[in-house]
Design a protein around this ligand. Structure first.
Ligand code: ZN
Length: 290
């Protein structure tokens, strides 16, 4: 059996599948302290014989195998998880074979292998929800270097009439500080789902997200941009982002068809778990072929 954990800031989704990635058992556990959350996680997996497990964790997390802190969640505002070695805990209790990556990298990889980016060699996946995070696939591989990319904390030009100071605890008005779900709530005193489609909030949102996509396009030049997360549930936001993006690029180069370039995820909420199973399967295959 293969196992997957999508370790998010609000919930942990755990699943078990057969080698063909058909999900056999699944559970959702609220994210509390490591002790409380992980004991439910271990209970769930104790009923299954896991050959390898893929962990996509919230972060920042050290995913550089050469680092001393490999497997540790690092500078999270969730204090109980700070400097916690999540990788080792899972290896000790579930399986010694654990493939580790960030939650968003794993979701990006799932969309690449089984979702919206099938047939491409590269893509950028961005999720806009309680935070903004993303994963990058280039040459069919997840991009991780010294650190994992943090696509949500890039800096964007402020809209002229935007007086909101931003709510990123580290940077104030980075992309996440200006455009995440909590930033929308703080700025407009309404949850995104309660804001009408014609509310100016969506112009602000499109303004910042289009800048981010223009920056990823100019630096990474991916074949596809995938936008997911709860904030994207607004029906008109995607089109607003596309038109702002086209005007920002301003014909600087021949763009692909914007409707085929900026898309929504194909796997919905399943991306994290499918990605976890995929990296578990690949880890097992590499180990078996050695
Ligand atoms: Zn930030």
């Amino acid at each position: 059996m293969l196992g997957a954990i999508e370790g998010g800031g609000t919930k942990f989704v755990c699943a078990v599948s057969d080698p063909a990635l058909n999900i056999i058992d699944k559970i959702i556990i609220e994210t509390e302290s490591p002790k409380i959350t992980l004991s439910s996680v271990f209970d769930f997996f104790s009923n299954h014989k896991i050959k390898a497990l893929g962990l996509g964790s919230f972060g920042p997390i050290d995913i550089n195998p050469k680092s001393k802190q490999y497997g540790y969640i690092t500078s999270t505002p969730k204090l109980e998880w700070k400097n916690f070695n999540i990788l080792q805990s899972i290896k000790d209790k579930i399986s010694p074979k654990v493939a580790l990556n960030t939650d968003v990298n794993v979701a990006a990889y799932a969309e690449f292998k089984r979702g919206a980016a099938v047939g491409k060699d590269s893509c950028v996946y961005l999720t806009i929800g309680t935070g903004i995070g993303g994963g990058v696939i280039i040459n069919r591989s997840i991009v991780n270097n010294q650190q994992h990319p943090e696509l949500g904390h890039i800096f964007v030009n402020r809209k002229k009439d935007d007086t909101f100071s931003g709510n990123c605890p580290y940077h104030k008005d980075c992309l996440e500080g200006l455009a995440s779900g909590p930033a929308i709530i703080k700025r407009w005193n309404k949850t995104p789902s309660k804001l009408p489609d014609n509310h100016i909030a969506w112009e602000f949102e499109a303004y910042y997200l289009a800048q981010a996509i223009a920056n990823y396009t100019l630096t990474i030049a991916p074949e596809l941009i995938i936008l997911g997360g709860g904030v994207m549930n607004n029906a008109n936001l995607l089109n607003k982002i596309k038109s702002q993006f086209v005007s920002l690029i301003n014909n600087y180069f021949d763009l692909p068809n914007v409707d085929q370039y900026i898309v929504t995820p194909a796997l919905g909420n399943e991306a994290g778990i499918i990605g976890g199973l995929l990296i578990a399967k690949e880890l097992l295959e590499t180990k078996e072929s050695k």
